[in-house]
Design a protein around this ligand. Structure first.
Ligand code: PLP
Length: 389
């Protein structure tokens, strides 16, 4: 193991963990000093992770329903709050039913095996999240991988897959490394033409994409055409933990009977359920938080572009600042932290070779001043290291 660990260090791909000594939020204190750091690398898109009402809801659920269930759902682990949250999730997405998991990783790990047989086919975008890839590995369906957001390739693969009983197209709604959004309208048209179902992973969309924050399917006007949604409670929806599948009732019923991460893992803790439930209430009351995040995203993207940087994706709070060189991305990210801005550099193998970047994530709770300070720091650091003229 030691030599394997050395290899990881030697390859420059060692992932170290910075320790935070405060709540998650736009301003952090790092362990061992570092107060007043402006945080641009959490998936806390709506700033609900430390929202006072979300925290209060967690405390109330903890007091009323206890620390946890010490049981899986079907033995002795379903409380009224689990049923209420599932009903709320289904209502939020305008679907028939929903099922909770300990994480979206689990939801993705459990769905393909439960739904698809060796007679079926799954067609997956090559840049889908690791948990979709793992979930597909676990199922016995025929596997097709289409080029990232390439509709010609998807069509070719759909034609090839006509021989199978059932076809499922699986894609991230928004891709977390590039901030780009799947062409769901085109995907749904192809799915209709070739008699396929559509599955989307909405972890980086639920709560804030679309006029009412319902996600990519709402943004692109295909809410009635996407069959299955998996998403997380661990990002925009309060950030605690948990995931879910929402879709047709018979599918959810089947998952309760067959999905292994659901059947063989503990129920979500009440405090976690309380957080997510309150986050959904806040979002269903008003879309002001999501709008505020969109305005800040726009501010960051336009100011950075004017400063001479290339930002990948469009209109998404994931704003990858494209730098190309891996060393440049890591040195610039370090230097940004010296200026009080917490951002992370990504390089191969997380992103393709030669496409290193610093990923900035905007949150509704960043102030305009936070955004401007981030742009100023990027401009200074970019000039210093030759990323800008
Ligand atoms: N799917 C995507 C696209 C993600 O980005 C993530 C988290 O990083 C997951 C699934 C897993 O979500 P969770 O943290 O709820 O397991």
């Amino acid at each position: 193991l030691e030599s394997e660990l050395e290899d990881i260090r030697g390859a420059g791909t060692w992932k170290s963990e910075r320790v935070i000594a405060s709540r998650q939020g736009p301003h952090l204190r790092l362990a061992g000093g570092g107060a007043g750091i402006i945080n641009f690398c959490a998936n806390n898109y709506l700033g609900l992770s430390s929202h006072p009402e979300v925290i209060r809801a967690a405390v109330e659920a903890l007091e009323k329903f206890g620390a946890g269930l010490s049981s899986v759902r079907f033995i002795c682990g379903t409380q009224s709050i689990h049923k209420d949250l599932e009903e709320k999730i289904a209502r939020f997405h305008q679907r028939e039913d929903a099922i909770l998991y300990a994480s979206c990783f689990d939801a993705n790990a459990g769905i393909f095996e439960a739904l698809l047989t060796p007679e079926d086919a799954v067609l997956s975008d090559e840049l889908n999240h690791a948990s979709i890839i793992d979930g597909i590995r676990l199922c016995k369906a025929n596997k097709y991988r289409y080029k990232h957001m390439d509709m010609q390739d998807l069509e070719a693969k759909l034609k090839e897959a006509q021989k199978h009983r059932l076809r499922l197209v699986a894609t991230d709604g928004a891709f977390s490394m590039d901030g780009d959004i799947a062409p769901l309208r085109e995907i749904c048209q192809l799915a209709q033409k070739y008699d396929a179902l559509v599955f989307i992973d909405e972890c980086h969309a639920t709560g804030f994409l679309g006029p009412n924050g319902r996600g990519t399917d709402e943004l692109l006007g295909v809410m009635d055409k996407v069959t299955i949604i998996n998403s997380t409670l661990g990002k925009a929806l309060g950030g605690a933990a948990g995931g879910y599948t929402t879709g047709p009732k018979p599918l959810i019923d089947l998952l309760r009977q067959r999905s292994r991460p659901y059947l063989f893992s503990n129920s979500l803790p009440p405090a976690v359920v309380g957080c997510a439930s309150k986050a959904l209430d806040l979002l269903m009351e008003s879309n002001a938080i999501a709008q505020s995040m969109a305005a800040k995203t726009q501010r960051f993207r336009s100011k950075m572009t004017a400063a001479g940087f290339t930002i990948s994706g469009k209109d998404h709070p994931i704003c990858p600042v494209m730098l190309g060189d891996a060393r440049l991305a890591s040195v610039m990210a370090e230097d940004m932290l010296n200026r009080g801005i917490y951002v992370i550099g990504f390089s191969y193998p997380v992103v393709p070779k030669g496409k290193a970047r610093i990923r900035v994530q905007i949150s509704a709770v960043h102030s305009d001043e936070d955004i401007d300070r981030c742009v100023e720091a990027f401009t200074e650091v970019g000039r210093k290291h030759g990323a800008l003229p």
